[in-house]
Design a binder for this molecule. Sequence first.
Ligand code: SF4
Length: 262
Amino acid sequence: MDRKPSLSPSKISTYLACAAKYKWSYADLRGRWYIRSKSYFSFGTSLHRVLERFHDSGDMGVQTIDEAAAALDESWIEAGYGSAQEMQEALGEGKRIVATYIQHEVIRAKNAKTIFVEKLFRLDMGEFDLIGRIDRVDEYENGTLEIVDYKTRRAGVTDEEVRDDIAMSCYQLLLREAFPGRKIRAVIHAIQTNSRGTAELTDREAKEFKEELRTLGIEILNRDYEHMAPIYRDLCPACDFLPLCRSHEDWSEPEETMDHDP
Ligand code: SF4
């Protein structure tokens, strides 16, 4: 029996950014040969691992700034950096960021407890499952559940950015389903500066978003990727898949970009 397809916020965001990018990332295996390691992915994943350990009540190994620095050394991913010096600078910056984060968390008034870290949620949407891995969920004394999503490179974040973020709305849908009737809040935490943006879907907004997502998901899964012509856009010069798109017979791009080797 065929398994039901699943869509995650990153698949959906990729499709919305560029349908051809979705094709090469998820629907056409030729794309995998063109994906290059990115230092910002390595950096973000390395930091996420340390924060996951810090908030995991079953892991007592990362309680202090020194332990967090050691944990970052252990979980550090080297892929994607241009030189050893660039990587060492990033590691130093990562240690500074986790130190500031932990200082901040330790002195923050604790009226909430962390109930999930890096937890995968799933919601049956009919033709597909919506899935999402949430960095952290805190439960407050009044019963409110707070979704926390870490951003490691962003200097700041506004409430409006959280409200417009499709992943944060997906996470709210997923948690609403798992905890019906509970008040759910979504937070993006820009850990470089310890700034936070917050948003909360109303019942009506959640219902409308779910319907729009269902329609979009069906479009994503049923699109004819084989016969789709890629269209040049601002993202293309930095995209790993540019050589593949350039080989399409209908491809056209501004002349000044032709020398760029992504
Ligand atoms: S090169 Fe451009 S059109 Fe092709 S996948 Fe990348 S962003 Fe999309």
